[in-house]
Design a protein around this ligand. Structure first.
Ligand SMILES: [Mn+2]
Length: 280
């Protein structure tokens, strides 16, 4: 079945608004994809409101597209955009699937993205999406489409984390969310960690999703991100893991975020994202 690609072109909540141009640049560069076709390209409608409300309005629209397509039993991949678009993606998935059971989630990221408005020093919402999806943060975002938290902590894990602040680390620790730090990935290899992660998110769930922040990848392989962190995941190790999960019938949907074309070098990241779409 052909994957439907949804562009979520919002950079409203990140470091640089130009991350919102990521999906359109990828679309222009992608040419003919083996197994995927472009569907919606969603962009913010208005900036005449607070960032919080603009992010909520954007994610509401994204969530509805995601929910509609999942209810139509389509396979979808969402392209960001800064990582705040995950709030819309997974709220939409929850809307479509919550009657079938709990969802699992593998969050691949150099960061934890688990701040709340109380712990965040920058106030940027792209540092809060995982906490939001676990039910903590701005109520306009935690209650998107449904009041309930979209994930239970025991069904979520993070891979590749190597830069974080105390407040978000404490938050995840209190909720007992499993974190596979980059040190562990280096020690055991990505494959061993990925196998554990897939088991972890499948125990009590009807299926699982992947949210891939490109800053999880080493900046030599993916320089075009707004918050690069050295010593990341090697693309050559990641590719076969993604290919396997993309082919897994239990995969709910995939999301790839935080490509900022304005920070790219010689189209390296642009070509990387296109090559990941070729794995679909
Ligand atoms: Mn992130």
């Amino acid at each position: 079945m052909t994957w439907q690609l949804i562009g979520a072109g919002s950079g409203l909540a990140g470091v640089d608004v130009r991350a919102g141009e990521g999906p359109q640049v990828v679309k222009a560069a992608s040419g003919v994809l083996k197994n995927a076709a472009w569907a919606e390209m969603i962009v913010p409608e208005s900036t005449h409101q607070s960032v919080e409300h603009a992010v909520a309005a954007f994610n509401q629209r994204l969530a509805k597209h995601v929910s509609d397509r999942l209810q139509a039993k389509e396979k979808i991949c969402v392209l960001g955009g800064d990582h705040s678009i995950a709030i819309g993606t997974w709220s939409g998935a929850y809307d479509a699937l919550h009657q079938q059971g709990e969802m699992g989630l593998i969050w691949v990221d150099a960061h934890m993205d688990s701040h709340t408005p109380q712990t965040s020093e920058t106030g940027r919402i792209h540092g809060m999406p995982l906490a939001t999806l676990l039910g903590h943060g701005y109520s306009s975002l935690t209650t998107l489409l449904h009041q309930a938290p979209k994930f239970k902590p025991e069904n979520v894990c993070l891979i590749g984390v190597r830069s974080y602040e105390r407040g978000e680390a404490d938050f995840l620790k209190n909720l007992k969310v499993k974190v596979y730090f980059m040190d562990e990935v280096r020690e055991r290899g990505l494959k061993a960690v990925w196998d554990d992660a897939v088991k972890h998110v499948n125990h009590h769930t009807m299926g699982y999703g992947i949210s891939l922040d490109l800053d999880a990848i080493d900046p030599t392989d993916a320089p075009g991100v707004d918050v690069p962190e050295p010593n990341g995941i090697q693309v050559d190790a990641l590719r076969p893991m993604l290919a396997r999960s993309f082919a897994d019938p239990r995969l709910i949907l995939a999301e790839i975020v935080e490509f900022d074309p304005s920070r790219d070098r010689e189209h390296i990241t642009e070509r990387l994202v296109v090559s990941l779409l070729q794995l679909l």
